[in-house]
Design a protein around this ligand. Sequence first.
Ligand code: URA
Length: 191
Amino acid sequence: SDFDTLEAITAHISQCRNCPLCQERTHTVPGEGNTEEPDIMFVGEGPGAEEDALGRPFVGKAGKLLDKMIEAMGYHRDDIYIANVVKCRPPANRKPQREEMEMCLPYLRQQIRLIRPRVIVGLGGTAMEGLLGKPVAITRLRGIWQDCQGIKLMPTFHPSYLLRDPAKKKDAWLDLQAVLAELGKEPPPRN
Ligand code: URA
């Protein structure tokens, strides 16, 4: 198919006109990181302003917190893969609509098939809705293992939500510790 390699998927995304989000994008944001069976793939909702400007996922404020979460787990950004459900920025940072997610999901699904992460972490309710194909209540679903294409999927809070409600970081850290336990790893000592 057209989607046999990650390069082909990225090329396809860069030309994509399948939904209205293409009209206002500056750059597509396909995802980046370790593509060789990484321990973890993080999946967010969609690009924001900084991501749209640079064509890279999670490079704004939420990205800074995601970096801290990754480091707290004992990884660096290059060790894992970071992607989003939609590859183009929704105007004014609104949530992607169901149809937009459905049009874009074949890209993420094929990225997951080719990258073969050991575990997927779904960041927030919108990302989880895309991954599971149904609306979810993230406060109820977080911390509970799900399945995505035969790969264990851990739902947790989106870093933007954690920036608005830092008291929820405790729960998110429990979720990330469950991911480490599944991978047979321990968090590094904290200084
Ligand atoms: N929020 C997301 O969901 N994805 C990004 O890439 C950046 C912010």
